[in-house]
Every structure is written in structure tokens, then in C-alpha cells.
Design a protein around this ligand. Structure first.
Ligand code: MTE
Length: 326
């Protein structure tokens, strides 16, 4: 993600044109310990050695593959998907969340679903995990920064949860609010974003069966850095729409203002549909780099309309100007 705000020390990804950044990334990673203190808005100690970031040791989460919703692409190596993350509460470099998020407390955990609903309810994790059968779905995750991954997520359609609370006729939008744990989320001290991290969908987007309430990946429960214990995945939108570690879902009549809209309204809109024809104000969105296929000279892939889910979701935006509603 990228911002223009005058921060004293913006992350390297935000001050460097992308190809140069990717080249630098390798150099940076090689000397991460040295550069962390220079490049980041946090002290070097924030990125200090921590428990192994690997997802080893996580409980398995059995599920049934939903072939109809899965893509044929090669799956991104688990190690890449769990060590190259955006989770700004835990730091601004991609390698930081895997270390820093290990201290996040993920139990007890509740998700309250409220607002324009007949039956507001607070769900604990046991209740959520049992609410509907777990499915595995192989989705592309396309980040607005220009990279993508292919991840086998585990969860069920968000609509299964929303139906439980019975949205009223005034429920036009759904807002997702993610957790704040100031003692371990040093990112909350930075003003890069308006915390807590908030995102939103139109109710029909939220009810679309592709929208996944996600509890796991690669057959196991979510690692903290990927949004444990529960997150949203909206596969036809840029990754920032998919809030991690959510604690509240609020149904509203008015369109909610997401954290990114609040911070950089000309760069990040409410819809954020993956669209190769609509550039970000500072870079094209026509192609993407698939993480794991790295190699600086590897050819980029063409980005697909709605991230490859055009058949499933194009009708949601019939007659809408997607340039205006970016
Ligand atoms: N959720 C929270 N709470 N905080 C964040 O910084 N980053 C978003 C999204 N969800 C983010 C978040 C962005 S920009 C992306 S690309 C995806 O998470 C990355 O998900 P991943 O690390 O599982 O690949």
C-alpha cells in the first residue's frame, strides 16, 4: 500500500517506484536487521528476533475442497504466503508481521455482528467454527501494490453468518472492524492509517457466495500474520479490502469510510475491484508479479478483470462507471 502523507520515515515500498523496490527488496532482505532501523517508522527493536515465523505447529483445520470456486493456478508456497505480509498493525515491511504478530492474543475472541440486523449477536470462536461446514477454496489474492499469490483458504461464505443475524431492509452496507491490541501492535502508534483498520462492502458484495469468512489456510488455522483467528477474503477486490483479525461486523444504511479511504481518498476508493484498465494514480494495474515465481526478470502476468472472477461478479456492477467508482 502506498501513501503520500508526509511521514518522517515512510516504508521503502512507498518511496520507490515498484520495479526498483522489488529489486531493492532482495537487498533489503539480505540485510534486514541493518536496514530495519533506518527504513522504518519504528525502532529496530520492533523487528527484533522473535519466535520462528513459520506456520509449523498450527492446528489443522479439516475442510472439503470447493472445486467450483477454486482456480487451477499453481499454489503459492506456504512459506511465501506466511512471511510476505501486509499487516500494518505489526510493521510496514513485508517481513515484519511474521515475527511481530506472534504476540497477538487470539483467544478468547469474539465477533459481534450488529447494526441494521434483527438479531444482533456476539459469536465466540467455538460458535463461529461450528456455524457452517468448512470449505477449502483456492483463490488469487491480488494486492494493489502489484503482486499476487494463490492461496488455499479455509472457511465458509460470509453470507452463512449474515443470515443468522437477519439483516433489516435498511442494511445496505457491511463494515468490518479489526482488532486493536496496543501492547503488541506497535503500528497503532503510527498515523499512517486511521485505526482500527476498517473496511466495507456493499451488502450484495458481502452476500455473494465468493466472499469468504476465513479461519485457515493450507489446511491449518490462520497464522497470526495472516489474520488469525478470523478474517475476510474478497477475492475479486484488491487485498486491502480483506480485513484481518476482525472483531466487529456492522451492517449500515450509509456507505462506511474505510481506513484507506480516510487516509488517501484519491488513491483508494470504496470499491477497489481488481481492474487492469483502471490505474492507481501512481502506477498501472495492468500486470502483476506472482510471489514465489520471483526472479527479478520473470515476466509479469496480466491482471484479469475482477481478478479472474468476472463471470461471478460482473453483474454486481452493471451500469456502474468503474473508473469513477474505483
Ligand atoms: N488487515 C488489517 N487488519 N491490517 C492490515 O494492514 N492489510 C491488507 C489486508 N488486511 C491489512 C489487513 C492488505 S494491504 C493486504 S494485501 C492483505 O491483508 C494481505 O493479506 P496476507 O498477508 O494474508 O497476504
Amino acid at each position: 500500500m502506498s501513501l503520500r502523507q508526509p511521514f518522517s520515515t515512510p516504508p521503502s515500498s512507498e518511496i520507490t517506484p515498484e520495479p526498483v523496490y522489488f529489486k531493492r527488496r532482495h537487498i533489503l532482505q539480505a540485510s534486514a536487521a541493518f536496514t530495519a532501523g533506518l527504513a522504518l517508522p519504528f525502532s529496530a527493536s520492533f523487528a527484533q528476533a522473535a519466535p520462528s515465523p513459520a506456520s509449523a505447529g498450527l492446528a489443522s483445520l479439516p475442510s472439503t475442497l470447493n472445486k467450483a470456486y477454486s482456480l487451477p493456478d499453481a499454489i503459492t508456497p506456504e512459506k511465501d504466503a506466511t512471511t510476505y505480509n501486509n499487516f500494518y498493525e505489526f510493521g510496514f515491511e513485508k517481513t515484519e508481521p511474521a515475527y511481530n504478530a506472534q504476540k497477538m492474543k487470539t483467544r478468547p475472541w469474539t465477533v459481534s455482528v450488529e447494526g441494521e440486523v434483527e438479531k444482533p449477536q456476539q459469536f465466540d470462536m467455538d460458535g463461529l467454527l461450528k456455524l457452517a461446514p468448512m470449505q477449502e477454496r483456492i483463490y488469487r489474492l491480488r494486492c494493489v501494490e502489484g503482486w499476487s499469490m494463490v492461496i488455499p483458504w479455509v472457511g465458509y461464505s460470509l453470507s452463512d453468518l449474515l443470515k443468522q443475524v437477519q439483516p433489516t431492509s435498511k442494511a445496505k452496507y457491511v463494515e468490518f472492524i479489526t482488532d486493536m491490541q496496543p501492547d503488541v501492535m506497535r503500528g497503532l502508534g503510527s498515523r499512517v492509517l486511521d485505526w482500527p483498520y476498517r473496511e466495507g462492502l456493499r451488502i450484495d458484495e458481502a452476500m455473494n457466495p465468493l466472499t469468504l469468512l476465513t479461519f485457515g489456510m493450507y489446511g491449518k488455522v490462520l497464522p497470526n500474520q495472516n489474520g488469525a483467528p478470523v478474517r475476510i477474503i474478497v477475492p475479486w477486490k484488491y487485498g486491502f479490502k480483506s480485513g484481518k483479525s476482525i472483531v466487529k461486523i456492522r451492517l449500515t444504511e450509509k456507505q462506511p469510510i474505510s481506513s484507506w479511504m480516510a487516509s488517501a481518498p484519491f488513491e483508494y476508493g470504496f470499491y477497489a475491484n481488481v481492474n487492469p484498465k483502471v490505474s492507481h494514480p501512481r502506477w498501472s494495474q495492468a500486470t502483476e508479479r506472482r510471489i514465489g515465481e520471483d526472479g527479478f526478470f520473470t515476466r509479469k502476468r496480466e491482471t484479469l478483470m475482477f481478478n479472474g472472477y468476472e463471470n461471478e461478479v460482473a453483474s454486481l456492477y452493471a451500469n456502474m462507471d468503474l473508473k469513477k467508482n474505483f
